[in-house]
Design a protein around this ligand. Structure first.
Ligand code: P6P
Length: 335
């Protein structure tokens, strides 16, 4: 069997192709991948590593932090702060941005991440993952402030996630399609296992937390109701449902076989636009989905066009197979 291409070789070749990715960005992505390997090791230990359960603390979102949330956050900070490729970082687990300490060289990139998405699944051994997004630090600003992070998702220069499931798989885009790398634990390196990932435009599978049905807005109720009517209904086909409650795992399934993922606004907290965070969940996942031929909106607007006003702001998310997302969006904009 031909030897597989390592992530390192893939990135070097991406860099070599008309400098598609500058060396500093390549270095950053390799450091993030190494950090994900360390997080994967910690996750895989589970009870044997004493890393399950809660940390008896809350994050900026007011959510109880799991021990692994904090471990993953620390791994990403420590791996990335000294390399000279970053100016600052932002994390779901930290209230404010993290400036690279003055003892280290400052770089031109900003790294944002949800260090361990799907934490409610940690203690029940269900797939979880790390989501990351890379922006360029705006030119001219001497220091770095939170304002420098508030860029629309369309400004990302790299985005990806690492899913810790039966395999540990890193999924990445630098704006030239989506590639998947599986961790070869014998070699200790990520190897290319799929490139030019494409999401089918149509699907028979939707992902949503059905327990919230009574709280949804009418367009979402209409769409799901039509799916549930199956062959006899207006869609003329039966649908399947999946909900893993780990966005990384649900999005990985959609990138692998199509589908539509929805976490829409609902009446439970009407002042919040949605549950998921724009900067380090929705934006990176939306870019990956679009790079694979899918679509991603908040019901009315392309997610990557949303101009953020706060670092931890939330957003309604509808993403996946393009024809389904377009249909759901049309139900919202028709009102
Ligand atoms: P619910 C995990 O906490 C998360 O942020 C996403 O990964 C996931 O899709 C969603 O929340 C699950 O939310 O309300 O179904 O538990």
């Amino acid at each position: 069997m031909a030897s597989r291409i390592s992530l390192t070789r893939f990135l070097v070749e991406q860099q070599r192709v008309d400098g598609h990715i500058p060396s500093q960005l390549r270095l950053l992505l390799e450091v993030v991948a190494r950090a994900c390997k360390s997080i994967s090791q910690a996750v895989n230990k589970g009870a044997l590593g004493g890393v399950l359960g809660s940390a008896d603390s809350e994050n900026v979102q007011g959510e109880v932090q799991k021990k692994l949330d904090i471990i993953a956050n620390e791994v990403l900070i420590e791996a990335n702060e000294w390399g000279g490729h970053l100016a600052a970082m932002a994390s779901e687990e930290m209230d404010s941005i993290y400036l690279v300490p003055n003892r280290y060289p400052q770089g031109e990139y900003l790294l944002l991440f949800d260090p361990l998405d799907g934490s409610s699944n940690i203690d029940v051994n269900v797939s979880i993952g790390t989501i990351f997004s890379v922006l360029k630090k705006p030119e001219g600003s001497p220091g770095v402030t939170e304002q420098d992070f508030l860029q629309a998702g369309a400004q990302q220069v790299a985005a990806g996630y690492c899913v810790y499931g039966p395999q540990t798989t890193l999924v990445l885009t630098v704006g030239d399609g989506v590639s998947m790398f599986t961790l070869d634990r014998e070699q200790g390196s990520f190897v290319l296992t799929q490139e030019n990932v494409r999401i089918p435009a149509d699907t028979k599978e939707f992902a949503i937390n059905m327990s919230n049905m009574r709280h949804w807005d009418e367009p979402v109720k209409r769409y799901i109701d039509e799916c549930l009517q199956g062959k006899e209904g207006p869609r003329g086909k039966d649908f399947n449902m999946r909900w893993i409650a780990s966005m990384v795992a649900d999005v990985h399934r959609i990138l692998t076989r199509g589908g539509v993922f929805m976490y829409p606004w609902d009446k439970r907290e009407p002042n919040k636009p949605g549950k998921l965070r724009l900067m380090y969940e929705a934006n990176p996942m939306s870019w990956l989905v679009e790079q694979a031929g899918g679509a991603a909106t908040n019901g009315r607007q392309r997610i990557l066009d949303i101009q953020p006003s706060q670092l931890h702001e939330r957003v309604s998310v509808i993403l996946g197979s393009k024809n389904e997302v377009d249909r759901i969006t049309s139900y919202h904009t028709a009102l």
